[in-house]
Design a binder for this molecule. Sequence first.
Ligand code: AMP
Ligand code: MG
Length: 491
Amino acid sequence: MSALASTLDELQVSNGFATSLSSSFYTLLPASGLREAQLLHANEALAQRLGISHELLHSPAFLDVLSGNAPLPGGQSLAAVYSGHQFGVWAGQLGDGRAHLLGAIDGPDGAQELQLKGSGLTPYSRMGDGRAVVRSSVREYLASIAMKGLGIPTTEALAIVTSPVPVYRETVERAAIVTRVAPSFVRFGSFEHWLGHPEEMQSLLHYVVQNFYPALYEQSEDHAELARLLLSDVTKRTAYLMADWLTVGFCHGVMNTDNMSILGLTLDFGPFGFMDAFQANHICNTTDQQGRYAWNQQPSVGHWNLYRLASAMTTLGATPETLNPVLQQYEGWFLERYRENLCRKMGWQEWLEGDTQLVDDWWRLLHRDQADFSLSFRALAWAEKHPEAFLQCFHDQDQARVWVDKYRVRLEADPQTTAQRQHAMNAANPLYVLRNYLAQQAIAAAEKGDASVLSDLFTVLSNPFEERSGYERYAEVPPPEAQSIALSCSS
Ligand code: AMP
Ligand code: MG
């Protein structure tokens, strides 16, 4: 591996998005920096993967970049345009209203784009102020590492900086910037934006295929066919992502098409939540009164969003007759991944006849009992040898006993040894999740300039399967007074 850069000038910076696409896709403009910015926390492992040394990461020059006060040398700073459907309704043009793409750093994983979030007004800010508050930024920063730690595709976060600049929400809060990292921030809504504009749509298609799905060119160079092939890959990735979210109890909260990544990444952490007490129709966003984006609605919303992407692709000459069969594969892919995930969580080497019933009964048990999502799964590893200990997780132990008896019979059909099974289950059922009340504690401390809780959470969430001594409190269910933290879209 090549040496890590110790100055900004040593970074390999490229501008694939800006140079491959015409100026109608974005507005070039610098970020509006935050004054008196301080680095609250940085992701050292991600920095290393980008070729950034510890020394550079913590340098004043890099802080200027992270706080929007200096450009990334060699990068073209821009805000991108996109459109989208919000809560099922066409919202028209949106765009990076408070984000600036700085350029991409070419590292061992290929070009990774750096994007500041909360970096000031852009032509797409509409009524917004271009800023993000410490509260929402800490949540995005921690959610990014939580997803990464769980092995779920996600945008990442390199750093979070805070500043005394006031931001007006329900109360006066302080401004922060998170630096997000991903191969691309192109969304379903980026395609929807060019509905009826074949020239731009073709450019976008080629940009995305060339950079992120290059194997598709081996199958076709025809636009309509490439669109179909791309839709197929995106459908599969989205179906897998929905299964991944579901099986860790994650609720995104704002699954608008402008928040759906064309790479199948978890994108835009707002009023998201990892469930504590299980409720199948759990809603994590108080703005979503109808429960459109409730936990158990996410798979069907993912599918609905793919239909919006497919509609945009008709501009490329693709027809509903060719696209619909692709979209109809969604459910099969979702189920494939859902079963794969549940096999690992349940300790089964493969999915057998009857498992659907047993798993559905499990969900019902958790729902009726309002049992803790993550700790109930984690406790499954004891059910075989210590069923009585397992039953302690439930209020209604009689109901749980009926289920666990069936589960233990099922394990007899599994070829693994108990030790193998337990090991595999502990590598699939996290002990630590980003519970809202824990995020809240990290925020409260961060708002006073204390990054210790944030840092502890970052540590456990980086590898949420590994039990760590000294961090016991981060594995606990919320205390009664913190059980119903309500989150709005305000960020
Ligand atoms: P979100 O719900 O965070 O995905 O944002 C939806 C749209 O609103 C995007 O175009 C954002 O860029 C924009 N937006 C959200 N908050 C702000 C803000 N404070 N200032 C400017 N634009 C914003
Ligand atoms: Mg968004």
